[in-house]
Design a protein around this ligand. Structure first.
Ligand SMILES: [Zn+2]
Ligand SMILES: [Zn+2]
Ligand SMILES: [Zn+2]
Length: 156
């Protein structure tokens, strides 16, 4: 009984400080985006900051401490999209998946890779493709998003 309890305490303390730091970062992000700091906005940003992959609205809602209704979560995400903080990355099972925009470039998102074996979708944060050049006259590119299918390192 001398090893494990100490370990648990240290994990708790680390988690506490990480949460504090995230909270501070979320507030700073909101201020710099010109958005009012509400508890709901801070909390949704924190969920997106900690996410390892894009999340749909239901998954975001499930990770919130406070009880926000669907409309509030939807409107909050829309305000983040308008402010350029969050991108809609792809639709999966008829639901948009959202992620923070900080790993994307002005005209394009990093590609998303879906494994056809384990069904996971991964962010390829350091991969960018050239913007398409031969689009017909009159079209203006606002955002290029690429989805790739194949086998992930675990499955290949
Ligand atoms: Zn993006
Ligand atoms: Zn896989
Ligand atoms: Zn991504």
């Amino acid at each position: 009984m001398d090893g494990p309890p100490v370990k648990i305490v240290s994990i708790y303390i680390t988690g506490f400080y990480v949460k504090k730091a995230l909270n501070r970062a979320a507030k700073e992000i909101l201020v710099s985006a010109g958005l009012r700091r509400t508890g709901g906005r801070v909390e949704i940003l924190e969920v997106l900051q900690q996410a390892k992959m894009p999340l749909n609205q239901e998954e975001i809602q499930a990770q919130l401490d406070r009880d926000l209704n669907r409309t509030t979560v939807y409107r909050t995400l829309e305000s983040f999209i308008q402010a350029g903080l969050v991108h809609r990355c792809f639709v999966r099972e008829r639901a948009w998946h959202y992620e923070l925009a900080h790993n994307c470039r002005p005209l394009q998102c990093h590609p998303h890779f879906t494994c056809t074996n384990c069904d996971r979708t991964l962010c390829l944060k350091d991969v960018f493709l050239p913007l398409v050049k031969d689009i017909p006259d009159g079209f203006i590119i606002q955002r290029q998003q690429v989805r790739i299918e194949g086998l992930c390192p675990n499955c290949s």
